[in-house]
Write a protein that binds this ligand. Structure first.
Ligand code: ATR
Length: 284
């Protein structure tokens, strides 16, 4: 569409071939009329720093970082936004000059924006988060500062404990304890595991769920729909995949780079139709 590209933007990760980020960013470019060349670059851990550095020494102006390099990106940056500092994880980098790089984390605002769009979140909600990996570190500060109480349920208890220590100063966060089983209905359940499976289903008693419980899957890949299938199986009334979070986190990266927050709703609808996994909230 554009005759020349002054600066380049790219997604770094492994794997990145499945990523929808290049499509999303090209739609942002069309919508805003901003020159914005955005590609995806698959890298190995060994090559991550040299390739990223080289990118910025050429025409690279901004980068998104996805799994498994968000911690490496955090170490790469010379300056950090408050939310990246708290998450200790970076998904967006902006080049300041040849030696200075600002790291941000837009995952939390991405998730929160989508939960608000869906009307899945209110202050004081009790949220059960499944998982305690890097993805959870990116979202906790946003949920806690919004005023929600968070419970963590994870396969490896040590990882849950580390997350609690890192985030307890920002709000009400606890390890999910089986003693809560009979007394607590969650308002919202978020799947942040990379592999939700039968073992986790067994750990979630149906007494934790009410007809009003919202379910959100941070995954959006077509081959990873076990959580959404489970929502359908148990008759959940409100559930959604994570396409909206993906689009909103991209929008906030675009905002950091270009000082404009693009419109997102039509892109979320477009991607959901393309993937043919509409959330139930959007179907009714
Ligand atoms: P990410 O950085 O994307 O969050 P991750 O660090 O690999 O990815 O973490 C993924 C989460 O999914 C973790 O909470 C992990 O649980 P552990 O802390 O026990 O490793 C969870 N997870 C991954 N595979 C799992 C499986 N087969 N069963 C249950 N949980 C799993």
């Amino acid at each position: 569409m554009f005759k020349y590209q002054k600066y380049n933007y790219a997604l770094f990760g492994n794997p990145v071939h499945y990523s929808k980020s290049p499509v999303i960013h090209s739609l942002f470019a069309q919508q805003t009329g901003i020159l914005h060349s955005y590609t995806s670059i698959n890298v190995s851990l060994k090559d991550f720093y040299p390739i990223l550095y080289n990118f910025f020494q050429k025409n690279g102006k901004g980068a998104n970082i996805t799994v498994p390099f968000k911690q490496e990106a955090y170490a790469f940056c010379t300056e950090l936004t408050q939310r990246a500092k708290i998450a200790k994880s970076v998904n967006t980098i902006q080049k300041i000059d040849d030696k200075h790089f600002l790291g941000d984390n837009t995952d939390g605002i991405g998730l929160l924006s989508d939960l608000i769009r869906l009307d899945f979140i209110k202050k004081k909600y009790s949220i059960l988060i499944l998982g305690a990996g890097g993805a959870v570190k990116g979202i906790l500060f946003s949920l806690l500062s919004f005023g929600c109480s968070v419970f963590i349920l994870n396969r490896t208890i040590e990882n849950s404990k580390k997350i609690i220590i890192q985030f307890q100063k920002y709000g009400n966060i606890k390890i999910f304890d089986r003693s809560l089983l009979d007394i607590k209905h969650f308002d919202l359940i978020i799947n942040a595991t990379s592999n939700f499976n039968q073992e986790q289903v067994n750990a979630i008693s149906l007494s934790l769920i009410s007809p009003k419980t919202f379910f959100y899957d941070m995954n959006y890949q077509k081959n990873n729909v076990f959580f959404i299938d489970w929502c359908i199986k148990i008759g959940a009334n409100f559930f959604s995949n994570g396409i909206g979070m993906l689009v909103f986190q991209a929008a906030h990266s675009f905002l950091l780079w270009h000082k404009i927050l693009p419109e997102t709703d039509y892109i979320i609808q477009f991607l959901n139709k393309e993937k043919n996994i509409l959330s139930k909230q959007e179907r009714v």
